[in-house]
Design a protein around this ligand. Structure first.
Ligand code: URA
Length: 266
């Protein structure tokens, strides 16, 4: 008798074939990973010859989950200003889902304000989407904020430490000047209109906001309104970025060491 969680002999697909299809390596390389004990199925070490059900079995390589479920799609778009990050808009404005193929149905990963431009992911992988957006996973989002006025070093330091907003202080952020009136701001919280409110709180309202990075992914050379599918390596990089213990990113670790930020009038 097979253990209850294993397919009968001949059922399912060979593990190395599933891993190779997910872009982990050649079948031969995947066989070696299995033999070396680097692959777990449903949390258990397995031997070569193991068959799996890619739709239901959880597979990890070196502790990182492998996206094996069929039918998952991942799109990276360069969102133009004026397009809303919802599936349907009561005001009839264009939506981000209209920019990508309609089947299978996908959803935006987190939100950008209608006026914000730049990198946005859309997927039907609800689990990864949750991990990318939930603040406890600490995935970094980087923005270029074109602001009014010329922020001084003191302003940059304030933003780094965190500023007081009406829904509480912001966590420490990575902030630098990318131009006389352009701030590069990296945050991992994702509160509503956070970057705009942070800039406003230090006296430099945002004129234009562009998201340039989510974790390991950059918007690259895509023009506004263009999209592309993620490569398997990129999906895996996102899995890796969200695989570690929640709250373990550098910014999140720094945040947990920082005292409360000073109050700044907004
Ligand atoms: N912060 C903002 O203020 N707006 C966005 O769209 C994203 C982050």
């Amino acid at each position: 008798m097979n253990p209850p969680d294993q397919p009968e002999a001949g059922e399912g697909e060979r593990l190395q074939k599933v891993l190779a299809r997910a872009g982990i390596g050649s079948r031969r390389a995947c066989e070696e990973m299995i033999s070396a004990g680097r692959v777990l199925v449903n949390g258990q070490p397995v031997e070569l010859g193991r068959r799996v059900d890619p739709a239901n079995d959880r597979i990890d390589v070196d502790g990182v989950p492998v996206a094996t479920r069929p039918g998952l799609v991942y799109y990276l778009i360069n969102k133009p200003a004026g397009v809303v990050t919802t599936s349907a808009d009561p005001q009839g404005r264009p939506t981000v889902v209209e920019l990508v193929p309609g089947e299978p149905r996908v959803f935006p990963v987190g939100r950008l304000d209608a006026a914000t431009e730049g990198l946005l992911l859309l997927t039907n992988d609800g689990e990864l989407s949750f991990r990318l957006t939930h603040p406890s996973f600490g995935v970094e989002k980087e923005y270029l904020a074109h602001v009014e006025g010329h922020p001084k070093d003191g302003v940059v330091r304030l933003l780094r430490r965190g500023v007081e907003l009406d829904d509480g202080p912001t966590a420490p952020a990575r902030v630098s000047l990318a131009g006389a009136d352009v701030l590069r701001i990296t945050i991992h919280e994702g509160r509503n209109r956070q970057v705009r409110r942070m800039a406003e709180a230090v006296g430099h309202p945002v004129r234009r906001l562009v998201r340039t990075r989510i974790g390991p992914l950059r918007v690259g050379t895509l023009k506004p309104g263009e999209w592309r599918t993620l490569t398997q390596d990129e999906v895996r990089a996102l899995e890796r970025a969200t695989a570690s213990n929640p709250g373990s990113s550098r910014l999140a670790r720094r945040a947990s060491r920082q005292p409360a930020p000073p109050r700044v009038r907004s």
